[in-house]
Design a protein around this ligand. Structure first.
Ligand code: GLY
Length: 425
């Protein structure tokens, strides 16, 4: 199996390490890490005992704003809009239960903060909030099992190994495999809606759990399902310019029933987070398989992202085809996912410096005062200005737990590539 390309990573490091550990030029990084830890510890304390996890903040939006963003007839989406949060909840922390697709991100962020700093209190919190998710090992109702268990138990296994963790990961991978259909060649994403067999681009992120399960068990069945899903998605989810649809639904014979959006601006648009899931997912597939088809595909998606995101700070608007207006919200979560994927890609691609440079630009933007919260503010979340589902009037220009998770993952990867330790900052 081909893994990280160390000679290239070393060359990259040498080429980019003009500032070294202890250098005052990394004050921004120390501030980012210390702020993140303070926010996570505050949140862990404030939600302790609720049995819930932090997701975002309660919000609500004017219909006119949504109409302007979607450039659509309001009649086509009015029914799908969610209600405004009650006045007394508006602006307060929104918690979620363990079966929410985002439940793994808060424990995962605690694990990354512990990994970066070595602080024992963060490890204790990470264990506590990871253990909350134990019942998910019996759940088969969504494809998001990779997010939920991979980010929580997957990081626990790396940082605090125990035999019991392996069982959770393998059991969950078995459950994810029950959602795979051999004729269609994909894992089914959702059980709601009127689609025959919906598969969303986000599902590429759940494959890591399957690769892990194969490594842990020596059974290639999991990884065969992962690569089959990746190959079908490569064939059916992408346009010639390497942008992708959000949802592809299949007929039972494997032909495509329809290609649509669910969270993007329109069926023809390029939803920002979808493009980010894609570049991250195919980079992961190359790392796991060494198949250069995935590498070239990831490079093409990365190049598309770098040419389509027009903002000065490299933080995309919520959809690449959204109208460019002063009120158009960004999606910091898409930026964080992209940065993390590109940092990995930078160690594998012959054009690694290009991808590293772009990821660094994103990380520096997210670490500035426009996006990084001040300690004690932002309801305990780390980043501001993400967009969950504008199409549904939901979580627009708010913090999101997955933005925080992929931001910390990016900081961790960035430090490893630059040879920076927290203790030297
Ligand atoms: N996986 C759902 C989302 O990206 O919003």
């Amino acid at each position: 199996m081909k893994r990280i390309f160390l000679p290239l990573a070393a060359a990259l490091l040498a080429a980019t390490s003009c500032q070294t550990s202890g250098d005052a030029g990394y004050g921004w990084l120390k501030n980012a890490i210390d702020t993140s830890c303070a926010q996570l510890e505050l949140t862990a304390d404030e939600i302790r005992g609720t049995g819930k996890l932090p997701r975002s903040i309660h919000s609500g939006y004017e219909m006119d704003f949504l109409v302007r963003q979607l450039e659509a007839d309001p009649a086509t989406f009015r029914d799908s809009l969610r209600a405004m949060a009650p006045a007394e909840q508006m602006g307060t922390r929104r918690l979620c239960g363990i079966y929410d697709w985002t439940s793994g991100f808060f424990p995962g962020s605690l694990w990354y903060a512990y990994e970066i700093t070595g602080k024992d209190e963060l490890k204790a919190d990470a264990i506590e909030y990871t253990e909350l998710l134990d019942p998910i090992r019996h759940y088969t109702g969504t494809h998001d099992l990779g997010f939920m268990i991979g980010c929580s138990y997957g990081n626990a296994l790396r940082l605090s190994p125990a035999d019991t963790i392996k069982d959770v990961i393998v059991e969950t991978a078995d459950n994810l495999c029950t959602r795979f259909n051999k004729e269609i060649g994909c894992i089914r994403s959702w059980d709601f809606g009127t689609w025959n067999y919906p598969v969303i681009i986000d599902n590429m992120m759940n494959l890591e759990l399957l690769f892990n399960a194969s490594r842990l068990t020596g059974d290639n069945r999991y990884r065969d399902i992962a690569t089959t899903h990746a190959n079908t998605t490569m064939k059916c989810h992408f346009r010639p310019d390497y942008t992708c649809w959000h949802v592809v639904s299949y007929n039972n014979d494997g032909s495509v029933e329809c290609r649509q959006t669910f969270q993007g601006k329109s069926d023809d648009s390029s939803w920002a987070r979808g493009q980010a899931w894609a570049v991250y997912g195919y980079t992961e597939c190359f790392r796991e398989t060494g198949d250069s088809t995935y590498l070239h595909f990831a490079e093409n998606i990365a190049d598309m992202i770098m040419s389509r995101v027009k903002t000065d700070d490299a933080i995309p608007y919520w959809d690449y085809d959204a109208p460019v207006l002063p009120e158009t919200p960004r999606d910091a979560s898409a930026a964080a996912v992209t940065a993390s994927g590109l940092l990995d890609l930078s160690t594998m691609s012959a054009e690694g410096e290009k991808y590293f440079g772009y990821a660094e630009k994103i990380i520096r933007s997210l670490s500035g005062s426009e996006y990084l919260a001040k300690p004690g503010e932002n309801e305990g979340f780390i980043l501001k200005h993400s967009t969950g589902s504008l199409h549904h009037g939901s979580e627009i220009d708010v913090p999101l737990n997955y933005a925080d998770y992929y931001y910390l993952e990016s900081l961790k990867k960035y430090m490893a590539l630059k040879g920076i330790s927290y203790s030297d900052l």
